[in-house]
Design a protein around this ligand. Sequence first.
Ligand code: PRP
Length: 178
Amino acid sequence: MDPDVLRVLFSEDDIHKIVRDLAQKVQKDYTDKVPLVVCILKGAVIFMTDFVREYNGQLEMDFMDVSSYAGASSTGEVRILKDLDSSVKDRDVLILEDIIDTGATLQSLTELFGNRGANSVRICTLFDKPSGRKVFAHTDYVGASVPDEFIVGYGMDYNERYRNLPYVGVLKPAVYTK
Ligand code: PRP
C-alpha cells in the first residue's frame, strides 16, 4: 500500500465487481442502442477503460475535460477545457464519472448535452459522495457511496498524484494539511 494512504476503501477486486455490475446494468438498458459513452477527464479515465471492456454491446467513446463553477447560484455554467469530437445531437449519451461530489459538474453537463440536442443523457458514476452535494445532480447508475473523506486512487488524485493506484483509499490527512 502507498505510504500516504491511511486505509483501503475498495480493493482491486471490489472495484472490478462494481464496474462489472454497472456495465451489465447499463447494457440491459441500452439494448438495440449504441450509446455515446463520454469520459470526463481525467478522473474517469481508468473507470472508462475497464467499463467498456465489461460492456458486451456496441458503443462509441468520447472524452471531455471541463471545469465547472459550483455555488448556490449555479446555472449549469461549465468551462470546457477539451470538448467532445462527436456531436451529441440525437445521440443517447452516457456520462461516465469517477465521483460526484458537489454535483456541479454533472448538473452542468446534463444541461449542456440537453441544449446540444442529445436524445437522452444518463449518468453513470463509480462513486457518489452524498455529503458533498451542493446542487441537484440526477444519477442513473451509482457504483458505491463513499464517506466524507479524501479518497484517491483508480483515477482520483490529490495534486495530480495517486491516480494510478489500482485500489481506492483514504489519503492520510497529513499529506494535504502540510
Ligand atoms: C472531479 C471528478 C468529477 C468532479 C466531481 O474532477 O472527476 O469530474 O470532480 O465534483 P463535483 O461533483 O463537485 O463537480 P476534478 O475537477 O477534480 O478533475 P479531474 O477529474 O481531472 O481530477
